[in-house]
Design a protein around this ligand. Sequence first.
Ligand code: ATP
Length: 279
Amino acid sequence: MSTAAAAPGRAPADGIAARARGLTKAYGSGETAVLALDSVDVDIARGRFTAVMGPSGSGKSTLMHCLAGLDTVSAGRVWIGDTEITGLKDRELTRLRRDRIGFMFQSFNLIPTLDALENITLPMDIAGRKPDDEWLDEVIDTLGLRDRLGHRPSQLSGGQQQRVACARALASRPELIFADEPTGNLDSRAGLEVLGFLRDAVDSLGQTVVMVTHDPGAAAHSDLVLYLADGRIVDEMEHPTAEAVLERMRLFAGGSPQSPGLEVVRDRFDGDGVAVEEA
Ligand SMILES: Nc1ncnc2c1ncn2[C@@H]1O[C@H](COP(=O)(O)OP(=O)(O)OP(=O)(O)O)[C@@H](O)[C@H]1O
């Protein structure tokens, strides 16, 4: 299924930020081989917030890693903007990731010995690039980090650490931000804050964000939800609400009960509904 993260009712997306064709990823070989991605075609529209959802093991992280050049593909082709990244040498890939992509992870991935400001500017320091001070100030103020810049990660709350990670991802104005469960380690209030910042980055700054999440409430902040199951994109939803996302997940769970991993979805989202109420 080919899909484009352009939402009707909004200005048309200015191009495609990332693209995959026939993206296939297998782990292992022989009888133990796992097909994590099965010939995925996807277009990620520039200036949009795309969420990737699906049961545990459906291939969400693998898709993100392959789109971001963090993992090699078994077959198929991947582009960041107009640059085909499949086939790039490790050094070229490292440079492309450093210069053109921002990352956020569930575990923040901050350097403990550096203070917040040093963490924020680290990717640019490594690249030997001087930050745009005006832009850096705007990012720091937008994320409310001004009075925390001299603090090390251990002196910050989880929410503040993720805001630092968000600032780090935004600081170099990357073409794309990939966020893998960025709210997974946060309480609902801190999670909402981080999602608000990502939403704002898309709306005010034209940033492109791709976020993997299990949480319908988090997905509701996106423009488009892509649903993965068994390594394929099986559905998509524009202008998602937490309730609609939850309903769609229930439909999948009820629609093919034999699919591996769907019990996890049912358990997680069909129980007390906490994930939805947090939205
Ligand atoms: N390094 C690896 N070696 C072997 N199999 C792997 C590896 N990484 C992922 N897989 C398998 O690939 C499939 C997709 O994994 P992936 O982590 O992309 O799923 P996911 O949807 O992100 O899951 P979760 O929601 O639990 O994080 C799973 O069956 C997983 O076990």
